[in-house]
Design a protein around this ligand. Structure first.
Ligand SMILES: [Zn+2]
Length: 130
């Protein structure tokens, strides 16, 4: 394995973005096997080439920046999906509002009639029916 260490020395190697690119490629291979599409096969080829390029790239700073951007987007998406999951789970017992002042999502118990809501983030007070 020393030869591999020598080859990879000073190169970017595998990071989270590469892993994501390869996972998307694998999903596309599965989808492509159902549709026998040359467009999908071409996309997979491009993804593999991008992944190999990133893995063997010696410009580690640029690859790290790309990976950081990917991780930021990934975490935002993960948080959004987590919030939507909680929202769906609590749909029957809570009503969700967007604060008119700061757009923060607020939740109040359902069936309380007309109530005044005070935003804990910005202090905006507004009336709503639950
Ligand atoms: Zn607010």
């Amino acid at each position: 394995m020393n030869w591999l260490k020598r080859v990879m020395m000073g190169r970017n190697g595998a990071d989270q973005l590469n892993l994501a690119i390869l996972l998307v490629g694998m999903v596309l291979i599965l989808i492509g096997s159902f549709f026998r599409s040359t467009v999908i096969n071409f996309l997979v080829l491009i993804l593999v080439l991008i992944s190999v390029f990133r893995m063997f790239s010696k410009n580690i700073q640029a690859r790290s920046r790309e990976n950081a951007v990917f991780l930021r987007i990934w975490h935002r998406l993960k948080n959004f999906l987590y919030r939507e999951k909680l929202r769906l789970q609590n749909k029957k017992t809570y009503k969700f509002f967007g604060c008119p002042g700061c757009k923060k999502t607020l939740r109040v118990p359902k069936g309380k009639g007309r109530i005044y809501i005070t935003c804990p983030k910005c202090g905006e007070r507004f009336e709503s029916k639950t």
